[in-house]
Design a binder for this molecule. Structure first.
Ligand SMILES: Cc1cc2nc3c(=O)[nH]c(=O)nc-3n(C[C@H](O)[C@H](O)[C@H](O)COP(=O)(O)OP(=O)(O)OC[C@H]3O[C@@H](n4cnc5c(N)ncnc54)[C@H](O)[C@@H]3O)c2cc1C
Length: 446
C-alpha cells in the first residue's frame, strides 16, 4: 500500500507523523520547495531570531498542548513577556485596556478607559448591552463578523476593536468573513470559560522548532524536496475504462535538479493533498477544482526591522499594535518581537515585525509607516521582507456549506483526501489537528 502526501507544510507533516504510527503503508511526501514547514520558518541571523510567517500559536485549541508534549517540546515553550497591545487610530497609538478584549465579553470599565472610542461609541456599546442581545444563531445559520458584533456591541466597537482583531489578522473583510467557520465556539456560545494557560505561545528558538520536531519524528516517510506535483494523470486526466482505474492515482512530478530534473510518474493507492485550496485546484478534476477556487486567498507581506534601541524614541510597552481596517495606511499592524518574546534580539536592539496590507510589498513602505510613529532616528541595522502571495485563506460566509459540497465531490474518489489551512481552521493548531484527523481517516479507509 502506497500513500502520497502532497505538501510538506505543518498539515502534511502532522499527517505523515500519525500515518507512520497508524499504518504500515509506504509513505511518500512531495514538497515543491527546498524545505519542509511551508509557512512556518525561522531564521537565525547572528543574534536575531526572525520568523518568516507565524510567530506564535493559540495554545487553548484542543489537543495542541498534548501534541507538543508528545513531540518533547514542552520545555521549549515560551509565553509572551507582555500582553497589552495598542490600536492605531487617528494616527496615534492608544493602549487597549486589558478587559476590552475578554472572551467573556468586554468589561464596561475597559470600554470607558479606551481612549480611541468616542463618547458616542461608548454610549452605543452601553445601549446594546442594556438591551441584551438575546439572539442565538441556529446551528446551520451563518453570519459575517461585522454583522455578529454590530448587533451585540454597536458599529464603532465593531470597527475599531472586533474587526482589527478578528478580521484584520486574516487580512480579510469583516463584512464577508464567516463567524461560523472562523470562530465556531464563540459564535455558538459567546460567553467563554476562563482559559487554563496563556493563550498565545511560541518556542524559544522560534516556530521552526515545531517543524524540526515533526521531521525528527518521521522514521520511514520518504521525503522528496524540490518535487512539485504538476498533475494527477489518473484517474483525473485519463479515461476511466475499468473500475481498477478508480483505485489509485498516478502523480506526475519533476525530479529535483540533483536527480536530473526529469519528469516522472508514480502510482499510489491513496492521495492526501495537504496544500492550500488554490494550489489543490490546479491538480483536481474540473468540478472539484471549480469548488476549490471558490475559497479566496489574500496576500500579505511581513517586513522585519532591527534598530539600535537608543534610536527608538517611542516607548515600546506591550506587544505591538493593530490598525483597524477602516483606518488609512499601508500596514495592518506591527509586533515588537524583542519586547514580546525573550531572546529575539540583543538587549541593545529592538526587533520589529511590520505587516503590510494587500497590495504593498516593500521594506520602504513599512519604514515610512513605522519610523515616524515610533520616533526612530537611525537606519535599520537589519531589514528583510517575506511576501505571502495569496497565502491567507478567506473563510467567507457560507464556507462550511462550500466544504460540504467539496466533501460530496470527494466522495467520488474514496482514496483522495484534502486537509490544511484553506479548509477547517487557519491557525497552526488547526492545521496540526487537520493533519492528524485526516491520517486517522486514511488509516480507517485502508
Ligand atoms: C503571514 C502569515 C502569518 C501567519 N501567522 C500565524 C500565526 O501567528 N499563528 C498561527 O497559528 N497561524 C498563522 N498563520 C497561518 C499558518 O501559518 C498556516 O495556516 C499554516 O502554516 C498552514 O499550513 P499548511 O501545511 O496547511 O499549508 P502550507 O504551510 O501552505 O504548506 C503547504 C506546502 O505545500 C507545498 N506545495 C504546494 N503545492 C504543491 C505541489 N503541487 N506539489 C508539492 N508541494 C506543494 C508548499 O510549498 C508548502 O510547503 C499565518 C499565515 C501567514 C501566511
Amino acid at each position: 500500500m502506497r500513500i502520497a502526501i502532497v505538501g510538506g507544510g505543518i498539515t502534511g507533516l502532522a499527517a505523515a507523523y500519525d500515518l507512520e504510527r497508524l499504518t504500515d503503508a509506504q509513505i511518500d511526501l512531495f514538497e515543491a520547495s527546498d524545505r519542509l514547514g511551508g509557512k512556518l520558518g525561522t531564521e537565525r541571523l547572528g543574534d536575531l531570531i526572525v520568523e518568516g510567517g507565524p510567530d506564535c500559536f493559540f495554545a487553548a485549541k484542543p489537543g495542541v498542548f498534548e501534541f507538543i508534549q508528545e513531540l518533547g517540546l514542552e520545555d521549549q515553550l515560551i509565553a509572551p513577556k507582555q500582553k497589552e497591545f495598542a490600536m492605531l487610530v487617528g494616527g496615534k497609538l492608544h493602549r487597549v485596556p486589558a478587559g476590552l478584549v475578554r472572551l467573556a465579553g468586554p468589561d464596561p470599565q475597559a470600554v470607558e478607559a479606551a481612549t480611541f472610542l468616542t463618547e458616542r461609541g461608548k454610549a452605543e456599546w452601553h445601549g446594546r448591552l442594556a438591551r441584551g442581545y438575546q439572539g442565538r444563531p441556529a446551528p446551520d445559520e451563518d453570519e459575517s463578523i461585522r454583522s455578529f458584533f454590530t448587533k451585540r456591541f454597536g458599529d464603532e466597537f465593531t470597527r475599531l476593536v472586533a474587526e482589527p482583531l478578528l478580521a484584520g489578522t486574516h487580512g480579510g473583510d469583516a463584512e464577508r468573513l464567516s463567524m461560523r467557520a472562523l470562530y465556531p465556539a464563540y459564535y455558538q456560545s459567546p460567553i467563554a470559560p476562563p482559559l487554563e494557560r496563556p493563550t498565545f505561545l511560541s518556542f524559544r528558538s522560534g516556530m521552526q522548532s515545531l517543524v524540526d520536531a515533526l521531521v525528527n519524528g518521521l522514521q520511514r516517510t520518504q521525503v522528496h524536496l524540490n518535487t512539485g506535483i504538476s498533475a494527477i494523470d489518473r484517474p483525473f486526466r485519463a479515461r476511466m475504462d475499468t473500475a481498477a482505474a478508480c483505485q489509485g492515482f498516478a502523480l506526475r512530478y519533476r525530479r529535483s535538479p540533483i536527480q536530473g530534473g526529469t519528469e516522472a510518474v508514480e502510482e499510489f493507492d491513496c492521495l492526501l493533498l495537504a496544500i492550500p485550496a488554490n494550489h489543490a485546484a490546479s491538480l483536481a478534476p474540473g468540478d472539484l477544482a471549480q469548488k476549490l477556487r471558490q475559497i479566496p486567498h489574500r496576500s500579505s507581506a511581513i517586513v522585519t526591522l532591527a534598530y539600535r534601541r537608543e534610536e527608538v524614541g517611542h516607548p515600546l510597552d506591550g506587544t505591538g499594535f493593530l490598525v483597524p481596517p477602516s483606518e488609512p495606511g499601508t500596514i495592518s499592524g506591527a509586533t515588537w518581537s524583542s519586547e514580546k518574546w525573550d531572546g529575539r534580539a540583543p538587549g541593545d536592539q529592538v526587533l520589529l515585525r511590520v505587516f503590510l496590507r494587500e497590495g504593498h510589498h516593500s521594506v520602504e513602505e513599512a519604514r515610512e509607516a513605522i519610523e515616524p510613529l515610533l520616533s526612530i532616528q537611525g537606519e535599520p541595522l537589519y531589514s528583510s521582507i517575506k511576501t505571502w502571495p495569496e497565502a491567507l485563506p478567506q473563510y467567507e460566509v457560507g464556507h462550511l456549506d462550500r466544504l460540504a459540497e467539496i466533501d460530496a465531490l470527494l466522495a467520488q474518489y474514496p482514496r483522495l483526501f484534502l486537509a490544511g489551512t484553506s479548509f477547517r481552521g487557519v491557525g497552526v493548531p488547526d492545521c496540526l489537528r487537520q493533519g492528524r484527523e485526516i491520517a486517522k481517516k486514511i488509516a480507517e479507509t485502508l
